[in-house]
Design a protein around this ligand. Structure first.
Ligand SMILES: Cc1cc2nc3c(=O)[nH]c(=O)nc-3n(C[C@H](O)[C@H](O)[C@H](O)COP(=O)(O)O)c2cc1C
Length: 383
């Protein structure tokens, strides 16, 4: 299978020079150090942590402190923060920088989950222009020499778009790059990402890199997105679920070679096994690691002749030995082509975005906004 290639191009995010313009999208519950290491073993680029709540970091929550750890092989190290309060976010950034815990920090303004937007957090926040600018400004100042980037959606819904204003505000505040998931919060993960919006953002934000995100399922898609939008780089999320070698294909496409991995079943099984082993190492707990790999089973074996019983057994295994025994019964099968490609992970249908009362009446914050947003900084499941 041939792949479209693009000329070699690097991406610079502040002082970080990447050989390929590729970023692993932060994904809660997925992009822990185990998955990041696995992806990196195949490719190149920037691999962002799952979202970390700034308040939990400031409070030094034990789980959070574990989530922000990187393996020694991970460089540059990247942490994504989520928050709503400028002071707390700035303090979280200060801790990361003072304790030398990352080389790059990303701020998440893309979360569409109702329990977050209902309080004015996530993708609802950039609607409040001064609050958004204040957060980015204080975070950039706290970050000092560590580049700070912003990840956002198009806006709340098609009548309340925020990405152009937010992109410009982030640029003015000194952000090192902006990334756009080209859907509104209301679209959730439905339909198609609106790549034209990435092109519009690229026109509006001219002094820092603009990264495009949404619906990159293959290296061809990544090359096409950059060509169609003028984006400086791509952010790849669901497309690499169960397919960490996509990062190798991306590096190859941007390196001008365009090698496609026609993954045989044994190749996939080896990647799955390695992922499980890295999860066990990350959790320092075999049972935990084997439980965590369960959510990846369907993604890895999508399109391959692996029966329901074996899939179910893999999703029940609680030791690496059990996983090995099950994988040992698989045999081999050639790359199945289209069946193994395409969409995977979250999809869903559009939803009306839950917001605080009166949120859309003004783009300024009012005296009661702080009160309204209390509780917006809670554990949630991403962007
Ligand atoms: C399981 C899952 C968890 C996610 N968690 C986060 C997150 O923690 N932070 C964030 O900014 N976006 C998060 N996202 C959104 C992705 O980073 C990305 O913007 C989105 O999936 C669109 O890109 P894609 O089409 O390449 O998947 C998450 C997405 C998924 C599917």
């Amino acid at each position: 299978m041939s792949v479209v290639t693009a000329p070699a191009s690097a991406l610079r995010i502040g002082p970080i020079e990447l050989d390929v313009p590729v970023v692993l999208a932060p994904m809660a519950g997925i992009t822990n150090t185990a998955f990041r290491r696995l992806c990196r073993e195949y490719g190149a680029g920037l691999y962002v942590s799952e979202m970390i709540t700034s308040r939990a970091l400031v409070e030094r929550n034990a789980i959070t402190m574990r989530l922000i750890q990187h393996h020694e092989s991970e460089t540059p190290r990247s942490i994504q923060l989520y928050g709503v309060d400028p002071a707390t976010i700035a303090e979280a950034v200060r801790i990361i920088v003072a304790e030398d815990r990352a080389d790059h920090i990303d701020l998440n303004f893309g979360c569409p989950v109702p329990k977050v937007t209902r309080k004015g957090g996530g993708a609802a926040l950039p609607w409040k222009t001064t609050l958004f600018a204040d957060i980015v400004d204080r975070a950039v100042k706290a970050a000092g020499d560590v580049p700070l980037t912003v990840k956002m959606r198009k806006g709340i819904d098609k009548n309340h778009l925020t990405f152009i204003d937010a992109g410009r505000a982030a640029e003015d505040a000194g952000a090192a790059a902006v990334a756009l998931h080209a859907r509104t919060a209301g679209e959730y993960y439905s339909g198609h990402a609106d790549w034209a919006a990435i092109g519009e953002l690229k026109q509006a934000v001219t002094s820092i890199p603009v990264l495009g995100n949404g619906d990159i399922w293959s290296a061809d898609d990544a090359v096409r997105m950059m060509a169609e939008t003028g984006a400086d780089g791509v952010v790849v999320g669901r497309g690499c679920l169960g397919r960490p070698w996509l990062f190798g294909e991306l590096a190859s496409a941007f390196g001008g070679e365009g090698v496609h991995v026609d993954a045989t079943l044994q190749f996939v099984a080896a990647a799955f096994r390695r992922h499980a082993e890295l999860l066990v190492e990350f959790f320092e707990d075999e049972d935990r690691g084997c439980k965590d790999i369960r959510k990846h089973v369907a993604w890895y074996f999508k399109g391959y002749p692996v029966g329901g019983e074996l899939r179910a057994a893999l999703a029940r295994a609680s030791t690496l030995q059990e996983i090995d025994d099950l994988l040992g019964t698989l045999g081999d099968a050639p790359y199945p082509g289209a069946g193994a490609e395409g969409q995977r992970g979250r999809a869903g249908s559009p939803k009306r975005t839950a917001l605080p009362d009166g949120w859309l009446d003004s783009r300024e914050i009012g005296s009661d906004t702080g009160e309204m947003m209390r509780g917006a900084e809670i554990e949630n499941s991403g962007g």
